[in-house]
Design a protein around this ligand. Structure first.
Ligand SMILES: C[S@@+](CC[C@H](N)C(=O)[O-])C[C@H]1O[C@@H](n2cnc3c(N)ncnc32)[C@H](O)[C@@H]1O
Length: 264
C-alpha cells in the first residue's frame, strides 16, 4: 500500500469528483441515518454527503494517516443534527467490526481497487447494510490503458525490475458484469455500468501529474531515490508520446466502473 500525498491527489480535484457525483446520483436513499465512506481520502467528497443528508451521521474511514490529516479538519456537526467524523482504520477491519444492518449507505469511491480480491468483501459490505440500504462503489477500470501498460513495461526493464517486483503487477480489476453477478447473488437489486471520461488536462506532463498521485505510487515508492528520478524522466517521455499535447490540452481517456446495489 503506497503512502499518499494529499496535495498531489488534490491537483485534479474537479476531474476526480465527477465520478463520485455520478455514482451518488444513482443512490436514492431518502433519509439515511448512518453513512460510511470507505477509503475516504482527504474527506472532501465525504463532506458532500452531509450536505446532501444533513441529519445523518457520516463516517469517513481511511487507513492513510497522511490523508486523514487533511480530512480531520472537515469534521463538523450540521444544524439539522447530523455530523461528519473520520476514523483511521483498514476498511476491511472496520467493516468486520461493524454490527449487521447498521449502515444505510456504504460508499467507496476509487478505493477498493487497492484491496486485493475485493469482490470477496461484498458479503461483508452487504451484511452491514440495513434493509433497503445502499452500497455504492466506483473503481478505475484503466488497467489496460497506455499509462498503465507503459508503467508495467518500463518497470520490467533493468535496472528497475529487481526493485519493483510485485508493485507493478497489480491484477486486473472487476468489470460491471462481475459486480452484477456478485451482488445479485447476495440478493441485492443491482445497477452497474462503466463510463470513459475524457479528461482534458493542462501543463507539460499532466498525465504524469495525474498518475503519480495514484496508480504509479507503488512503483515509484519501491524504487531507490536515484533510480526514481531516472525512471520518472523515462516514464514522462513515454507518456508524452502516448498522450500528445494538443492545442486544447492533453486528453486522458479514463474508464471507470460503477456498482450500486440495494439490499432487498
Ligand atoms: C484514490 S484515493 C480516493 C479517496 C476518496 N475516496 C476520493 O474519491 O477522493 C484512495 C484512498 O483509499 C484509501 N485506502 C486504500 N486501501 C484502503 C484500506 N484497505 N483501508 C482503508 N483505506 C484504504 C487510501 O488510503 C486512499 O486515501
Amino acid at each position: 500500500m503506497p503512502h499518499w500525498d494529499p496535495t498531489q491527489y488534490a491537483v485534479f480535484a474537479d476531474d476526480r469528483s465527477r465520478p463520485f457525483d455520478d455514482l451518488l446520483a444513482r443512490v436514492a436513499a431518502a433519509d439515511p441515518w448512518t453513512i460510511v465512506d470507505l477509503g475516504c481520502g482527504t474527506g472532501e467528497l465525504t463532506a458532500t454527503l452531509l450536505d446532501r443528508w444533513p441529519s445523518a451521521e457520516v463516517i469517513g474511514v481511511d487507513s492513510s494517516p497522511e490523508m486523514l490529516v487533511a480530512a480531520l479538519p472537515r469534521a463538523r456537526t450540521s444544524p439539522d443534527g447530523g455530523r461528519l467524523r473520520f476514523e483511521e482504520a483498514d476498511l476491511r477491519d472496520w467493516v468486520a467490526r461493524r454490527s449487521e444492518l447498521s449502515c444505510d449507505v456504504v460508499v467507496s469511491n476509487a478505493a477498493l481497487q487497492w484491496v486485493p480480491d475485493h469482490l470477496a468483501l461484498m458479503p461483508a459490505l452487504v451484511r452491514v447494510l440495513s434493509p433497503g440500504g445502499w452500497l455504492a462503489v466506483q473503481i478505475p477500470g484503466n488497467h489496460d490503458s497506455p499509462s498503465h501498460e507503459l508503467l508495467r513495461e518500463l518497470a520490467a526493464t533493468e535496472p528497475y525490475a529487481p526493485y519493483v517486483g510485485a508493485a507493478a503487477r497489480r491484477p486486473p480489476t472487476p468489470g460491471p458484469a462481475d459486480y452484477l453477478e456478485a451482488l445479485s447473488a447476495l440478493g441485492c437489486a443491482v445497477d452497474t455500468w462503466e463510463t470513459t471520461y475524457f479528461h482534458v488536462l493542462a501543463g507539460r506532463d499532466p498525465v504524469w501529474e495525474w498518475i503519480s498521485g495514484t496508480g504509479a505510487r507503488p512503483v515509484l515508492q519501491a524504487l531507490p531515490e536515484d533510480l526514481r528520478a531516472e525512471f520518472t524522466a523515462e516514464y514522462q517521455a513515454r507518456l508524452r508520446v502516448a498522450y500528445p499535447a494538443a492545442e486544447h490540452g492533453t486528453t486522458l481517456p479514463f474508464r471507470r466502473v460503477f456498482a450500486v446495489a440495494r439490499r432487498t
